[in-house]
Design a protein around this ligand. Sequence first.
Ligand code: ADP
Ligand code: MG
Length: 250
Amino acid sequence: DFYEEKPSISGMTEQDVTEYRNSSKIRVSGFDVPRPVKTFDDCGFPPPLMSAITKQGYEKPTNIQCQALPIVLSGSDIIGIAKTGSGKTAAFVLPMIVHIMDQPELGKGEGPIGVICAPTRELAHQIYLETRKFAKPYGLRVCAVYGGMSKLDQFKELKAGAEIVVATPGRLIDLLKMKALTMKRATYMVLDEADRMFDLGFEPQIRSIVGQIRPDRQTLLFSATMPRKVEKLAREILSDPVRVSVGEVG
Ligand code: ADP
Ligand code: MG
């Protein structure tokens, strides 16, 4: 059996893990899948991030977070499938903060390290607000890039520097063309609500953006549903992803 799990950080036996996944309706596939966590403490987050989590009123991780957090923290690519309202945002934002703070070159170079794409300005704005709360204790700059706001202001903000960009694909492409930012430092890429981005016709933009990000990036794809065309894109742009689904979806 080549499927071997990493040592538990929460003292669970293999049987505990299976029972825990079943009771939380968590299904996983992939190699070396880390065990799910039961608490945010199990994730080993540094104190400023733990304080921000507490301040948000998050007492314990949601089902998708329990399994997705240790996977993403291990550096693996992920396909995360769970219905709306299940807490997918924190599942990619919290590990992103850890990823950025781990960069030896942080403070040097230019362009965002974390890039998050979402289908609509409303969704991008929600992600922006949540990201800001967790980025604040570290002084990380978050730039929102979507329509309905001044492109010139966004251009200036990007020029001034941001470690994190939350964007809709169309506006991000515009600003990349205007050379408002470079992707050469980006190593953490999130595609949120991938199914909706497809429905809105953003596939070419997504491919263009991903094509500008170095191949050794960590790539995360989250979706409420997993139609075949999204599965195909995921196969092309993620490397050896772990797939996690929660509930009846996927
Ligand atoms: P999704 O992206 O899966 O639709 P969200 O990330 O938008 O879900 O989260 C849905 C709601 O749940 C938000 O209001 C968010 O603040 C809240 N939430 C997320 N994680 C937790 C948690 N661990 N404990 C309590 N509330 C949470
Ligand atoms: Mg969401």
